[in-house]
Design a protein around this ligand. Sequence first.
Ligand SMILES: [Zn+2]
Length: 507
Amino acid sequence: MVKSATKYETVIGLEVHVQLQTQSKMFCSCRSDYQAADANTRVCPVCLGLPGTLPVINRKAVEYTIMTGLALNCRIPGFSKFDRKNYPYPDLMKGYQISQYDLPLAVEGFLELDAPEGTMDSERRRIGITRVHLEEDVAKLQHHLSDPSDSYSLVDVNRSGVPLMEVVSEPDMRSPEEAREYLMTLHSILQYLGVSTGNMQDGSFRCDANISIRPEGSEEFGTRSEVKNMNSFRSVFQALQFEVDRQRKVVEGGGKVVQETRGWVEERSVTVSQRSKEQAHDYRYFPEPDLPPLSIDGAWVEEIRGRLPELAAQRRERFVRQFAIPDYDAALLTNSKGMADFFEETVVKKQSSGADSAPAPQEFAKSASNWILGDLSRLMNLDNGDVAGLKVTPAHLAELIDLVEDGSISVTMAKTVLEDAFSSGDSPVKIVKEKGYTQISDSDSVKPAVAEAIAANPKAVADYMGGKDTATRFLVGQVMKITKGQAKPELVNQLVVSMLDDLKENA
Ligand SMILES: [Zn+2]
């Protein structure tokens, strides 16, 4: 193999398919929540593709697509139309898919990525959005091939005709990291807009990636491969990393990258060739004769623009301004709409309760943010990582923070109480009462434990006498252990130091 000193630049463009959360399907009145339904129960002559049926455009799906286009800074042309994309496959009931070819609903936008950590805001990256268009999803095939003498495939038509929006980016990303960030940002925008569940596992948010490499400084694009079958942010990232490496090895070995479609095989962490350029489909697009072209009213577009909700980036800025939490924390909180809502509700709950002992609102917000990003996130990650369906509520968290603030329980105890509330859904006040978690804050009750710890640890005592002040930390830990975390840490610290100093004087 020839070792070359050539440095390569990675070029990535992404195509994301998003199922829209409308009540009915794209061209018929079947309900679109097919996931929960038994196979082939959300079907009608239209989405079955029976002859003689006519499609009707779902207005809400068009609205959601325009809304997404606006959130992605796109231009919304006044004229749009649907086209037929022809190809034969058993998951396609009509033998063609209604999609959009040359006149999509939204064009020429961009999405802004955060500046890399440690750099200026001016280094934010803009990723071009080529287009956002609307089409229909296809049926779902279930292959049973393990027994060669009895292999068969089942088809579930429920998904056929579910509104599917495609967001196509420019080839503006330069690393797998950047591609992952683009995806997460796009995902967050869609969730804030409320146009899709964005669930990657169930296929509501699917990504195909075009990737190539070229010598650094070159203007020309290298030959690209298209990678499919990735169903998590992590698998997109890993598949792209694998492709960068594979293509570099091909080129450095004197070979040429071929234009092809490759599939990501999760179990083996590799991409494998599925289809070369020669086998690429010719879709023979032509305007859909069963649907009128769409004339998009400018007033309607402006009305939709006026309804755009606050998105993650704006909410993050507001959190910093309103609650004085660090920008980094605000970014983590607002990445997921659910988490940002949880945080804001916690703070609002507090403000409306108006208790006397209440800490300053900003201090309270900081605590809430710390609990959510720390212990609550840890518990959530052990579970399914989702805020939706949590048993512990913002009201519970507000209560927990109050219990710590007014000295009823220590932070250590609060962690245990939160774990309990997380799994039981009981209120922290109830848990503290029932389990008898109270903080011991009178000296006379703590002193015996301090004396016990000092008597049991002569080495630490000797260290302290020898001038090693940090030895107190170990002793405080021992006292906390003896009191099962119930002693007030500040008090323990005070008592340990004063008792040790007494010993020193009397030595
Ligand atoms: Zn139908």
